[in-house]
Design a protein around this ligand. Structure first.
Ligand code: TPP
Length: 286
């Protein structure tokens, strides 16, 4: 069994006490350890992040990591995956990062069904810049940029990803690390674009622990069929990120379909190509 200590780094952790990011870090560490025990060497993982509190996760994991720029994690890890298909790439982004400034990149990565994994630390607030509203803040949210309450309705990222073509769509909760670890492992094993929205309380600017502890339930409790797009949409709409309804967590949707890499390479790139073999690629393209 992998000693999780191998994943430790020299970096001092600067998240606030009680931050939901600790739960996500625990789940990722456990998932990496188990995936390694099942045969994927740790040096095969590349983890990239955006900019924000969530992004510091790359400092706390001793695998190949890369700080991207705000909102641009999907194109960064798409490039890494296309250049070296043998790597397992995981992107971490904030909700401000992924659903605000970077939303077009997220949508197009899902549309392409490229074989990458996106984990969104959804605290429904801009953490690092100290408390402004984001696309998933509830209507009426009072923060630094909306002192009288946000007049906007939140977007529903589960619905957004389903309608954009993502082939694996899940929601986790940072305080349920066992389930989150399983979702991360399933996402990594899934061939195609995998998306996990993680409810991540921000202890300092939007403390939602009590609410999520009371409202979350697992989709498996209700015999949900994750191969049904219609059922996934119904479940996605059960909680539109601002009501007092119960909140389903787990895998909403998972189907097999051709990946971007498969479609791109069909008839263009020889199957036996090795990374860096640019001459072979050019010969087939030109
Ligand atoms: C291109 C660009 N736009 C804006 C910023 C400013 N900025 C840095 S972090 C941040 C918000 C981060 O919020 P979120 O993505 O939700 O992450 P969190 O800090 O909550 O984990 C913003 C707007 C930036 N650094 N770069």
């Amino acid at each position: 069994m992998t000693k999780l200590k191998e994943l430790d780094t020299y970096a001092q952790n600067t998240w606030c006490p009680g931050c939901g990011n600790f739960g996500i870090l625990t789940a990722v560490r456990k998932a990496l350890g188990e995936l390694r025990d099942e045969g994927t060497d740790l040096h095969k993982f590349v983890i990239a992040s955006g900019i924000g509190c969530h992004a510091k996760i790359v400092d706390y994991l001793n695998v190949n990591t890369f700080y991207s720029i705000h909102g641009r994690v999907p194109p960064a890890i798409s490039g890494i995956k296309l250049a070296n298909p043998n790597l397992v790439v995981i992107g971490h982004a904030g909700d401000g990062d992924a659903y605000g400034e970077g939303v077009a990149h997220l949508i197009f990565a899902a549309k392409r069904n490229i074989n990458i994994n996106m984990i969104i630390h959804n605290n429904r607030v801009y953490g690092l810049t100290t408390g402004q509203f984001t696309p998933t803040s509830p209507t009426g949210f009072k923060g630094r940029s909306t002192p009288k309450g946000s007049p906007e309705e939140p977007i529903n990222p589960i619905e957004l990803m389903l309608s954009s073509g993502a082939s694996f769509v899940a929601r986790g909760y940072a305080a349920r690390t066992g389930l989150l670890k399983e979702l991360i492992k399933a996402a990594v094993k899934h061939k195609g674009f995998s998306f996990i929205d993680v409810l991540q309380p921000c202890h300092t600017f939007f403390n939602t622990y009590d609410f999520y502890n009371e409202k979350t339930y697992e989709l498996t409790e209700e015999n949900h069929d994750p191969t049904s797009y219609e059922q996934a949409m119904v479940k996605a709409r059960e909680w539109p990120y601002e009501t007092e309804e119960k909140i389903p967590i787990g895998t909403f949707y998972q189907v097999e379909k051709p990946t971007y890499e498969e479609r791109l390479s069909k008839g263009r790139i020889p199957a036996n190509m090795t990374p860096g073999d640019i001459k072979t690629v050019l010969e087939h393209h030109l």
